[in-house]
Design a protein around this ligand. Structure first.
Ligand code: 2P0
Length: 331
């Protein structure tokens, strides 16, 4: 029996994922590109214990709800099937940032669980297989397997084995800083999974969203390669606002923003027109992430804190791959 601890960083997409083409394998309908965040991470410890009668999950030091545990059990079944075992697992997981407030906790959680649980079960998956496994837990988790700049491929195969993330550039490629303006710590009302399904079924913009995603990816890849800040800013904001327009045009409309989110969008654009290199991106929640070259961190942080309604501002550099922290033999 091995007790395995792992760590995985969160990520934010610069070209967004919204929509699935297959539910059971959790295959995305669009490719995406993200940056991995060093200061926002999950640490998870897993042991498969023959004395357990069911899986047990302790999340942020508290026994998880039945719903949360069920989602984990469904995920662990994939690992048990691969290894041909029936043993239940004991899991302890900690996020060092607010859960379910649009800060991509499922990305770091499932990347971390995929790595810790597959290792604890005795599977040795390569990074691509790990990414495919993490994807089944949560689409964005496939990207958190890797550090730096990451592309989630659409893939073509029916079994989803090529619908995996791949590293584009390491974090050292471009010294970017991410400032996260927290505008609310409340749990969001509609999670991403339900939100994207609603958009697929009801939003008249869905088909255009799918079709236009490919050129966004190509342009973003090239902008990142050249470290072209202006172009990176343009495509990121375009992809972000397009995703939110798609969500807002669902029926009933999904509005993930609050008033402060909108003030921040204007504030960041104002800074950019004043010559400060910064752009925004926003996920399925009201927090605003401002991305800038590292040397502009302080001035932008001060400006964001001036915006009424901003509760606090977190800062992070880009981070590395998901990694094993510790393996203990418990026989
Ligand atoms: C992204 N988001 O690309 C997009 C932008 C939120 C907005 O990936 O259903 O929790 O588990 O695959 O990964 C959040 O969606 O969704 C997400 P599931 P996930 O980061």
């Amino acid at each position: 029996m091995k007790k395995v601890s792992a760590k995985a960083n969160s990520n934010i997409a610069l070209v967004k994922y919204w929509g699935k083409r297959d539910h059971s394998l959790n295959l995305p309908a669009v490719p995406s590109i993200s940056i991995t965040l060093d200061a926002l991470y999950t640490e998870t410890t897993v042991i498969f214990d023959p004395e357990m009668n069911s899986d047990s999950l302790i999340l942020n030091r508290v026994q998880a709800s039945e719903k949360e545990t069920k989602r984990i059990t469904k995920f662990l079944e994939l690992i048990r099937q691969k290894k041909n075992i029936t043993t239940f697992a004991k899991i302890e997981s900690i996020n060092n940032f607010p859960t379910a407030a649009g800060l991509a906790s499922s990305a770091s959680s499932f990347a971390c669980l995929a790595l810790a649980a597959s290792t604890a079960a005795g599977l040795s998956l390569n990074r691509s297989e790990l990414s495919a496994l993490a994807r089944i837990g949560s689409g964005s988790a496939a990207r958190s397997v890797f550090g730096g700049f990451v592309e989630m491929k659409l893939g073509e195969k029916k079994d989803g084995s090529d619908s995996v993330a791949e590293p584009l550039f390491p974090a050292s490629h471009w010294d970017l800083s991410v400032l996260i303006a927290i505008t609310s710590e409340e749990k969001k009302k509609t999670g991403s999974t339900d939100g994207m399904e609603l958009s697929r079924i009801t939003s008249p913009y869905y088909q255009s969203w799918i079709e236009s995603s490919v050129s966004d990816i190509e342009e973003m890849r090239s902008a990142l390669l050249k470290r072209d800040f202006e172009k990176t800013a343009e495509i990121s904001e375009f992809s972000c606002l397009k995703m939110h327009a798609l969500a807002m045009a669902s029926n009933p409309g999904l509005i993930y923003w609050n008033g402060t989110t909108v003030e921040l969008i204007h504030g960041i654009r104002q800074m950019r027109s004043n010559g400060i290199p910064v752009f925004f991106t926003i996920d399925a929640g009201p927090q605003v992430k401002a991305v800038c070259p590292a040397e502009y961190t302080k001035i932008i942080q001060n400006n964001l804190l001036q915006v009424k309604g901003v509760k606090r501002v977190m800062q992070t550099a880009l981070g590395g791959d998901a990694e094993i922290l510790k393996v203990e033999d418990c026989n």
